[in-house]
Design a protein around this ligand. Structure first.
Ligand code: FNR
Length: 185
C-alpha cells in the first residue's frame, strides 16, 4: 500500500541538518513506495486568532496538505530545550479554527538531529505533549535522537553507513504505524 505523508521540518535554515535528514530518510529503499510532500512552513505568518474566519493562504495550504495525507513526519531541531517557534506556529495554524483542526487522528513520527548530545530528546518530548493535545497518535518506539556528524548523511544525500540500519528500522516502524492508524479509505 502506498501512503501520502506530509513532512514538517522545524528549521528554516538553508543548510538545515534536519532538512538534510528528512530528505535522506525519504530516499531510503523502505520509503520508496510512498509519496512525501514537504510543508512550506516558512510561508506561514505568525498565527493570529483574529484571522480564524479567513485563514492566510499558507495556512489553508498546510491544512489541505495534512488533511490529504495518511500520516505526518516531523523532523525537528531542538531550540532552547523545546521545539522551534516556527514549528509550533505551524501546528497552531493547523489546529484552528476550533473544531477544524487538520491534525486530529493523523498518525505521526517524530525524529530530529542536533550537533549536541541531547539529540533533540527534549524537543521531541515537548512535541509529543503538544500532539497529544491534538489527538495525534505518535510512534512510541524506536525513538530516534540523532547526533549530527558529517558522516550521518553522505555527500550524495543518502543516510550514511553508520545509521542506515537503525534509520531503516525507524522508518519501517513509522510506516507500519501509519498503516495501523490511518483513517480508513
Ligand atoms: C540551538 N541549538 C540547540 N541544540 C540542542 O541540542 N539543544 C538546544 O536546546 C539548542 N538550542 C538552540 C537554540 C537556538 C535558538 C538555536 C539557533 C540553536 C543548536 C541546534 O541544534 C543547531 O543550530 C542545529 O543545527 C539546528 O538544526 P538545523 O537548523 O541544522 O536543522
Amino acid at each position: 500500500m502506498s501512503f501520502k505523508i506530509a513532512v514538517l521540518v522545524g528549521s528554516l535554515r538553508a543548510e538545515s541538518y534536519n532538512r538534510r535528514l528528512a530528505r535522506a530518510l525519504i530516499r531510503l529503499p523502505v520509503a520508496q513506495d510512498h509519496e512525501f510532500t514537504f510543508a512550506d512552513i516558512a510561508a506561514l505568518p505568525l498565527y493570529n486568532q483574529d484571522e480564524d474566519d479567513d485563514q492566510p493562504q499558507a495556512a489553508k495550504a498546510l491544512k489541505a496538505l495534512v488533511s490529504g495525507s495518511d500520516g505526518v513526519l516531523f523532523v525537528t531541531p531542538e531550540y532552547n530545550r523545546s521545539i522551534p517557534g516556527v514549528l509550533k506556529n505551524a501546528i497552531d495554524h493547523g489546529s484552528r479554527p476550533y473544531g477544524k483542526s487538520c491534525w486530529t487522528g493523523k498518525p505521526a513520527g517524530i525524529i530530529g538531529v542536533s550537533p549536541g548530545f541531547s539529540g533533540t530528546a527534549m524537543a521531541q518530548q515537548h512535541l509529543r505533549n503538544v500532539l497529544a493535545g491534538l489527538d495525534v497518535p505518535t510512534v512510541g518506539l524506536p525513538e530516534a535522537f540523532m547526533r549530527w556528524k558529517d558522516t550521518l548523511i553522505t555527500p550524495d544525500g543518502e543516510i550514511g553507513d553508520e545509521a542506515v540500519e537503525f534509520l531503516t528500522r525507524w522508518m519501517k516502524a513509522f510506516l507500519e504505524f501509519v498503516e495501523d492508524h490511518k483513517a480508513p479509505s
